[in-house]
Ligand binder design. Structure first.
Ligand code: ATP
Length: 231
């Protein structure tokens, strides 16, 4: 289980998250929802130790990671798929995937079989440069790179943003498989409330850097969505 308690987070002197508490239970998908700029990306970055500083408690399976450097958090089993994917265009697909291996505990450096099974196009094109891929394929590559770390917890930042509609469903199906079949705990920053309702067991709604509402997705009413997500 991933748990945050009383977490405040900062970029320099800019105080973005305030007293954030949440729980993603093992094997669950937790949807993180809210308008643009409320702090959803900052929440994922804070879990990875990628903001300037934070206070409060962050725990994975009861063990604190709050004092750890980013690479140690990755080694503790958390993998991060950032918004915008951050693929290295001049690296091959294989090289991009292998970058995820730095966080493996067992030191293995191999393209994970699971990623090859989930993403046949990547499997067939391992020697092509990452930069030639479409947005949807780059998202697949970013997920494959995360899987190379053999994580228990996957942090996904708007994985279907900017992807053509026919590929969106494919990516969504992969996220559900990773959760249901592989058992990964997923924290999913998502603008698509429909997918959040369908895939996630729990939700948090963020407003101005604070958790405004949280609960099981059955309690994610249209009123709450209107109140905290309508623009
Ligand atoms: N590197 C940074 N330095 C200073 N402030 C930042 C930095 N990154 C984000 N912020 C600020 O933190 C706040 C939250 O931004 P964040 O990107 O976390 O929001 P978000 O909910 O993910 O938005 P979006 O849906 O647009 O991605 C915003 O006010 C933003 O301007």
């Amino acid at each position: 289980m991933l748990a945050l308690r009383d977490v405040d987070s900062f970029y320099g002197s800019s105080h973005v998250l305030h007293q954030v508490g949440l729980e993603a239970k093992s094997g669950e998908i937790l949807a993180v929802l809210g308008r643009n700029g409320v702090g959803k990306t900052t929440l994922l970055k804070t879990i990875m130790g990628l903001t300037s500083s934070h206070t409060g408690a962050i725990e994975v399976d009861g063990a604190s990671i709050s004092e750890m450097q980013t690479h140690q958090r990755a080694r503790s089993g958390i993998a991060y798929v950032p918004q915008g994917r951050e693929i290295i265009p001049d690296f091959t697909i294989r090289q991009n995937i292998l970058m995820g291996c730095f966080a493996r505990k067992d030191g293995k450096r191999a393209v994970p079989e699971l990623a090859m099974e989930l993403f046949p196009y990547l499997a067939d094109n391992l020697n092509r440069p990452g930069g030639v891929l479409s947005g949807g394929q780059q998202q697949q590559l970013a997920i494959a790179r995360a899987l190379a770390a053999d994580p228990r917890v996957l942090l996904l930042d708007e994985p279907t943003e900017g992807i053509q509609p026919n590929i969106v469903e494919e990516i969504e199906a992969i996220i559900v498989r990773l959760n249901k079949e592989v058992g990964l705990t997923v924290v999913l920053v998502e603008q698509n409330v429909g997918f959040a309702r369908q895939a996630a067991q729990g939700f948090v709604l963020i407003e101005k850097g604070r958790v405004a509402e949280a609960g099981p997705t059955a309690e994610l009413t249209d009123d709450l969505v209107q109140k905290h997500m309508a623009v």
